[in-house]
Design a protein around this ligand. Structure first.
Ligand SMILES: [Zn+2]
Length: 364
């Protein structure tokens, strides 16, 4: 009889992802944090502190900027101590306030790498060779505003006021970077949702990213910015007349990521440069990252294909498939940098040894 009860419990847990029991079990694993619902800013801030206190050797909290309304912008630095010269991966979420699935993904991603690195030697290797800089909510003021009430839920921009007699609030952070700024896909009307600001980097939030990333641009090899919606994997550039020098490689990496995503829940993600697959747009953080020399830069537009208000029952499947896509990209970049470097080093060693042997044989 007890065996039957045990079996029943196991069955309930296995099938009860969204059920109360499933939530309790998962909540326990994740130290009581529920990754299947959207969280207000205060809870995300508390969660960041918990990640640090629960993983003090691996996770560090870095306050690296502030918003127009003087709130702190923070990231989690995640990595294992290592003797090798480390490279780094950047990931920001919540640059557009209403895209709530984006911060939900950053949190899921952090949870997953911290859950798996002790048992999965591949993830452990990633954390030994790479530091991850992860910002769960970049547009802090905007995110807070979307939680105010139903009328503000779909806010996209920052909360800074317009200039030159324009009374509207907010700049589109993803048009505010120094990357062909203001040239295409923007409106100079400050009431527009794609207002790029009165100048490049007019926004404190964009400047905070630049001030953190720019000094580390030789270390950061991969730059992700997570958005919704559209189910797209985009790479530079947003300006239709500019082509990335590694366009073909970026396209191949993105195709592989789309395949990895599809394998999880069968969802189709479209791949292309920002201008090709979405629309021409200048001043995005991704374009800026590529322009300053970060070789692999991507925008992920998550589910679905019609709404910024993705239902909570899609958070977990969206995060699971996106994790597979992001993991595919990171693995490619990691292996290219660390394995081809090792191959080059060992090839050089063999060449040197052979040359030494020949010179000893024939000239001594
Ligand atoms: Zn967006």
């Amino acid at each position: 009889m007890l065996g039957c009860v045990g079996l029943l419990l196991v069955a309930l847990v296995l099938q009860g992802e969204q059920g109360t029991l499933g939530r309790l079990i998962k909540g326990h694993e994740a130290r009581n944090y529920d990754y299947t619902i959207y969280h207000p800013l205060a809870e995300i801030s508390t969660w960041m502190g918990q990640m640090v206190s629960e993983n003090p050797d691996v996770v560090t909290l870095v306050d690296y900027g502030s918003t127009y309304e003087n709130r702190t912008i923070s990231l989690l630095k995640i990595g294992l101590k290592s003797d090798v010269t480390k490279k780094a991966v950047w990931m920001d979420c919540g640059i557009h306030a209403r895209e709530w699935i984006s911060p939900a993904f950053c949190q899921y991603f952090v949870k997953e790498i911290l859950r798996t690195y002790k048992t999965d030697s591949k993830v452990e290797e990633l954390l030994k060779n790479l530091d991850f800089y992860i910002t769960p909510v970049l547009n802090v003021d905007g995110y807070l505003y979307t939680w105010k009430d139903n009328t503000t839920r779909l806010w996209r921009k920052t909360r800074s006021p317009g200039t030159d007699g324009c009374d509207c609030i907010g700049t589109d952070l993803n048009r505010n970077f120094e990357a062909n700024w203001g040239m295409v896909g923007v409106s100079q009307n400050c009431c527009s949702n794609v207002y790029p600001g009165f100048k490049a980097l007019s926004e404190a939030e964009a400047r905070s990213v630049v001030d953190f990333v720019e000094p580390r641009k030789n270390d950061i090899v991969c730059f992700f910015t997570i958005h919704s919606y559209g189910q797209l994997i985009l790479f530079p550039y947003g300006h239709p007349n500019v082509t990335a020098p590694n366009y073909n490689e970026l396209a191949e990496i993105s195709q592989a990521a789309a395949k990895a995503i599809k394998a999880v829940h069968g969802m189709t993600y479209t791949v292309g440069s920002f201008a090709e697959a979405l629309y021409p747009a200048a001043g995005s953080s991704m374009d800026w990252a590529r322009l300053i020399g970060i070789p692999f830069a991507f925008t992920f537009e998550l589910r679905d294909e019609g709404s910024f208000e993705l239902p909570e029952n899609q958070i977990l499947p969206t995060c699971e498939e996106t994790y597979a896509g992001v993991h595919s990209v990171i693995t490619y970049v990691h292996n290219k940098i660390f394995y081809s470097a090792a191959i080059t080093a060992s090839a050089t060693l063999w060449t040197t040894l052979l040359a030494t042997w020949f010179s000893c044989t024939f000239f001594s």
